[in-house]
Design a protein around this ligand. Sequence first.
Ligand code: FAD
Length: 329
Amino acid sequence: MSKCVCVVAEYRAGDFRRVAYEVASEGKRIADILGTNVCAVLVGSNVMDKAPTLGRYGVDKVYVADDPALENYLPETHVPVIADLIKKCDPALVLLSASVDGKDLSARLSARLEEGLVQDCTEIVVDGGKIKVKKPIYAGKCLAWSQWAEGAMPLISCRPNVMSCMAPMEDKKAEVEKVDVAVPQARSSVTGLELDTSGRVGLSGAEIIVSGGRGMKEASNFSILEELAKLLGAAVGASRAAVDSGWRPHADQVGQTGKVVNPNLYIAAGISGAIQHLAGMGSSKFIVAINKDADAPIFSKADYGIVEDLFAFIPALTEEVRKLKSTCS
Ligand SMILES: Cc1cc2nc3c(=O)[nH]c(=O)nc-3n(C[C@H](O)[C@H](O)[C@H](O)COP(=O)(O)OP(=O)(O)OC[C@H]3O[C@@H](n4cnc5c(N)ncnc54)[C@H](O)[C@@H]3O)c2cc1C
């Protein structure tokens, strides 16, 4: 059998991130084409119990480094340990997630392993045994295809929420090998104390996003979007105009200089649809735009366009969702 496909499973705050399952499923799809196995690399603290569950997403074997010092992602500790585990797998290619941490990790691994990386890929094909990847460039205006030279080990980071996640095979467990690794002493002068994940749904992996723009008029008006988002289990995003006005933190900004998101549903309220905003959300699976200007460019991207005053429409929509939820429960 040829060399395996290796996936780096992103883990945070006691569980895998959804993107870990997407990357594992994509690894399985490619491994099936290449006629090989999927191995995974898992790094964290107290992760042994969770490791076999990756089998549900097609992983055959998991190499685990479990150490309290690996609780939260830190380049100084994680990069050398993950690099060692990848070498142990000796794979044909490595798939990672293009989350914020995943992009940082991928770039550092590329330098450490001296292998070529393509970040933020949205499609992977196997063409005559060769791996080719597609990624949007120039704020999504063009799509670039890349491939690797003979003998290289491709490193590919996958854009979250793009690769489809397989239906879990409930009864399948992956084999687990705990690897004793020497965790380097973090040299950083900064120590991570706590990761608070109890609050809002994060933008990057969110399945639904409700975003507001300059049309929201002021910071306090975002409460109507937050109310809707809470009912839908959605994250709240913003245009740069809203962020620059100080209405939302920069972490909420969607777009070329903010986050690139791919939710199943993106609701844009009071956002005109500038090219820089579309660069961050244009590949959402379903887009609903609410804007009182019928000529707003966002409507050219939207699946549903609502020409309305958002301050009338959003509360009415929230009320309907509330009613629907109460009849369903
Ligand atoms: C280098 C560069 C990078 C950039 N990066 C980003 C980025 O990452 N993300 C980003 O978003 N932008 C980015 N921008 C800015 C971008 O060009 C736009 O200026 C910005 O997206 C506009 O935000 P907006 O749609 O909220 O505001 P506007 O363009 O002002 O649109 C507001 C919209 O709200 C509508 N509206 C107003 N009142 C109501 C109401 N009551 N009900 C319904 N609709 C209403 C209006 O009709 C209008 O269409 C960048 C620009 C540059 C130059």
